[in-house]
Design a protein around this ligand. Structure first.
Ligand code: AP5
Length: 213
């Protein structure tokens, strides 16, 4: 199963991808997670990406295409993968098509998650994450048991630097101008499925598995 999870910031792509990845034993490949780890470790990639991410802009295409090209060569992706947050522009999607074609592979399904703008802002504003193990919480919808501490590893939870109101606005704007055209791109290839992203994670997950069944 080779899948893309598409949709605006905060729609719940990462939450759903995490669950499906565990259930299907295929890797979840998130460019956002890879970039955040690089920023945390202050690698040359992280130093280059930080200012784009903090201002809600996209990291340049050639950088993220390079990350995915290397990642898809790893053996764990041979049986399938879930791409979470990539591609995000038409040039990224074209590059992905051609790198998969070189290995006689293609994308099976693109799940496009949809949600109202107000709910996107609510999900992003209340998100808290663990920088150690990448676990994701929400102050209202899925709080950790002890305030500000990760249930899984005990790490101190943080609010992502790009989950501030001004940056959220910018990310939603960037999504509309640069990522929305991908819906058409994949619709024309006959692989796009629309998923209603509203309701609790469990309900959304049932829609995901139904769409893949
Ligand atoms: P990235 O990390 O990919 O961020 P994003 O696409 O903006 O998506 P998010 O992680 O914000 O949201 P999500 O849909 O995964 O939601 P989640 O499951 O966490 O990218 C960050 C930055 O990196 C970009 O701005 C860019 O700079 C750079 N970047 C990354 N990829 C790139 C690329 N390909 N090209 C160029 N630049 C790139 O859920 C959100 C919250 O809601 C959580 O608190 C969660 O607990 C809660 N929640 C989830 N589902 C539900 C539900 N059903 N009900 C209630 N609450 C829910």
């Amino acid at each position: 199963m080779r899948l893309i999870f598409l949709g605006p910031p905060g729609v719940g792509k990462g939450t759903q991808a995490q669950r499906l990845s565990a259930q299907q034993s295929i890797p979840k490949i998130s460019t956002g997670d890879i970039l955040r780890e690089a920023v945390l470790k202050k690698t040359p990639l992280g130093v280059q990406a930080k200012s784009f991410m903090d201002s809600g802009k996209l990291v340049p295409d050639e950088v993220v295409i390079g990350i995915i090209r290397a990642r898809l060569k790893e053996t764990d992706s041979k049986e399938g993968f879930i791409l979470d947050g990539f591609p995000r522009t038409v040039p990224q999607a074209q590059a992905l098509t051609s790198m998969l074609r070189q290995d006689q592979r293609s994308i099976d399904r693109v799940l496009n998650f949809e949600l109202s703008n107000d709910e996107l802002v609510r999900r992003l504003s209340g998100r808290r994450s663990c920088p150690n193990c990448q676990a994701v919480y929400h102050l209202e919808y899925s709080p950790s048991q002890k305030p500000e501490l990760c249930d899984r590893c005990g790490g101190k939870l943080i609010q992502r630097s790009d989950d501030q109101p001004e940056t959220i606005r910018k990310r939603l704007e960037v999504y509309r101008s640069q990522t929305l055209p991908l819906i058409r791109f994949y619709e024309e290839q006959g692989v796009l499925v629309r998923i209603d992203g509203s309701g609790p994670p469990e309900t959304v997950y049932q829609r995901v598995t139904a769409a893949l069944g």
